[in-house]
Design a binder for this molecule. Structure first.
Ligand SMILES: Cc1cc2nc3c(=O)[nH]c(=O)nc-3n(C[C@H](O)[C@H](O)[C@H](O)COP(=O)(O)OP(=O)(O)OC[C@H]3O[C@@H](n4cnc5c(N)ncnc54)[C@H](O)[C@@H]3O)c2cc1C
Length: 563
């Protein structure tokens, strides 16, 4: 079978690009190193949070959002400061993406059958001034059906096209080289990996049983980031965040290995913003791991007390859910790779959500019955399972037992019960008034002005040391690797650029491998929900650009195709 286009990587970006190409009548070869069980890549595991601006869901919750406000937030968060070079295209992609998120995105997804949970979440709350980092308003829209719900429309289309021979999907095909002739990318070369029967997300064997070579007019690289490759993370770790963590846990499956970045570089592709990454600070070791060193991110509400490894409270605005990289910076400066939450049962039942489709069976299975149990007393079942079986959790009736459990867990013996009790008692004293000088308390009172937070996200303010608020809970928080913010530099048609800023004929990239567009649409930091969104947007542009270029019989133009 002759192919017009080859797509490398069957994650969300690859599926979207493939669907767009097939819709345009192009024959696509879609290859992936993983078995078919893992079709959809990381997105299947995701929480399905999407950044949308001025949506009907927001309006129904009383949120007034606008493109101008979202762009103000994006710029304050991204901090683009390499605009002549590495940020040149990323910033343009950012502008186009905010336009998309405030415009066509929701309707396009709805036409494909995607629906949203009505309560909009408030991620990355910032804590600085109006032009600083963070979302001024809640914008995190959870797909009804979480990760599988966002993968499904694209996967279904690709499967249909497979039946009619428009798409040729080949799992267990690992690309090792991009073929070039006269400066043009004309195909791929690689290794056939032995069949694998592992379940979705599990690590598969790399035993090679053969090789392959395929040719086509264009190749689109959609191979994901570097999040499972701790060596690459450490190699690229930015000195502004201190030393890289000695201990990390993996928020992504093993296939997020970053290999294709090097392979595309060998073909002349330029990788930019290598030092920009998005790792979480609220990682817990999965008691029931699927992939190696599997960690889960807590999506925390704002009330827990956050202490460093020595038991000192972090300063404002390092509160749960405010500034992921700001807190990472504060943690790395302590010289330890972990930190602590201390909270009450009353807080955990309302404020702990776990990121990942499998950790949210109610939303993933679209079960209203299970969903309603979130408002009942007690923590949701997946959180309770971590409290019972997770090695990072300590539950105790009093602060003495809690701190002694914390010291025992790490073996570092760094924590002094008196110091911790003093800080929590001081915070608790501020509860007696509606006034306070503790900015965390101001923030959580403010959050409860938002109906969504009051309903399912922020516990009513209470004293942590008052036994009537349930047993005390401590959680050891690990650094959890996740997203790669830099990557292959692409122009607004998703063409991969070389060191001179010229497109490499026949070569395109989308999704995380391209920094979600342009080699870094996020700049330094993210507003959240922008990763899946970045894959949708850049995958769509890559597919449409290639289809248009092929339609014309040549690779042309710098304009973005959005029709
Ligand atoms: C648990 C979890 C929760 C998340 N929650 C959210 C969220 O709520 N909102 C949000 O916006 N984002 C979220 N994300 C991030 C988001 O899911 C990812 O950034 C996005 O799905 C990346 O998609 P991708 O297609 O670029 O890459 P991937 O999903 O990594 O897919 C790349 C594919 O390429 C294949 N591949 C790689 N190299 C080769 C090679 N050499 N040859 C052949 N095949 C190759 C891989 O096997 C893989 O299948 C989450 C991620 C995780 C893991």
């Amino acid at each position: 079978m002759g192919h017009d286009v080859i797509v490398v990587g069957a994650g969300l970006a690859g599926l979207v690009a493939t669907k767009e190409l097939a819709d345009a009548g192009k024959k696509v070869l879609l290859v992936d190193q993983e078995p078919e069980a893992s079709l959809g890549g990381q997105a299947w595991w995701s929480f399905g949070g999407l950044f949308l601006v001025d949506s009907p869901e927001q309006r129904r919750m009383g949120i007034k959002d606008s493109k101008e406000l979202a762009w103000q937030d994006w710029l304050g968060t991204a901090g683009f400061d390499r605009e002549d070079d590495e940020d040149y295209w990323g910033r343009q992609w950012a502008e186009a993406y905010v336009d998309f998120a405030a415009g066509e995105k929701r309707e396009w997804l709805r036409r494909l059958g995607v629906r949203f949970f009505p309560v909009v979440g408030w991620a990355e709350r910032g804590g600085y001034l109006a032009e600083g980092h963070g979302n001024s308003v809640p914008r995190f829209h959870i797909v009804w059906g979480t990760g599988p719900g966002i993968v499904k429309p694209f996967e279904s289309k690709v499967r249909e096209y497979r039946k009619t021979g428009v798409v040729d999907y080949r799992p267990r095909h690992r690309v090792d080289k991009l073929l070039q002739e006269n400066g043009r990318v004309v195909g791929i070369q690689g290794s056939k990996l032995e069949p694998s029967y592992v379940k979705r997300g599990e690590e598969s064997s790399r035993h090679v049983v053969g090789d392959f070579e395929f040719r086509a007019e264009s190749v689109i690289v959609t191979s994901g980031g570097i999040g499972a490759n701790f060596d690459l993370i450490r190699e690229n770790w930015p000195s502004r965040l201190g030393n890289s963590p000695k201990e990390m846990i993996a928020g992504v499956p093993a296939h997020v290995d970053g290999r294709m970045l090097g392979i595309t570089e060998q073909a002349g592709g330029k990788v930019v913003n290598r030092d920009r990454m998005w790792h979480y600070t609220e990682g817990i070791k999965n008691w029931n791991p699927i992939w190696p060193s599997h960690g889960i991110r807590i999506l925390p509400g704002p009330s827990s007390i956050w202490l460093d490894a020595r038991g000192e409270r972090f300063s404002a605005p390092n509160f749960p859910g405010f500034d992921t990289l700001g807190t990472l910076d504060a943690i790395m400066k302590t010289g330890y790779d972990y930190s602590w939450f201390i909270l009450t049962e009353k807080m955990i039942e309302k404020e702990f959500a776990l990121s990942g489709s499998e950790q949210n069976p109610d939303l993933t299975e679209k079960s209203i019955r299970k969903l309603l149990s979130r408002v009942l007393p007690g923590p949701p079942a997946p959180v309770k399972a971590f409290m019972d079986k997770g090695e990072d959790f300590i539950v105790a009736d009093n602060i003495n037992d809690l701190v002694s459990g914390m010291n025992k867990l790490t073996g570092d013996n760094l924590l002094d019960v008196k110091g911790i009790e003093r800080q929590i008692a001081a915070r608790d004293r501020e509860m007696d008034n509606t006034f306070t000088k503790d900015l965390q308390i101001t923030a959580l009172r403010g959050a409860r002005n938002y109906r969504g937070d009051k309903l399912i996200r922020v516990a009513s303010p209470h004293k942590i040391l008052d036994p009537k608020n349930g047993p005390l809970i401590a959680v050891r928080l690990n650094i959890l690797s996740r997203k790669t913010l830099g990557g292959l530099q692409t122009d607004l048609s998703a063409r991969v650029l070389d060191d001179n800023g010229k497109p490499i004929p026949g070569l395109y990239a989308a999704g995380e491998v391209a920094g979600f567009g342009g080699g870094g649409v996020h700049g330094y930091r993210a507003l959240e929900g922008t990763f899946l969104g970045g894959c949708l947007f850049s995958g769509r542009i890559a597919g449409r650009s290639v289809a248009e270029a092929l339609g014309k019989g040549m690779v042309t133009g710098t304009s973005m195709v959005t029709s």
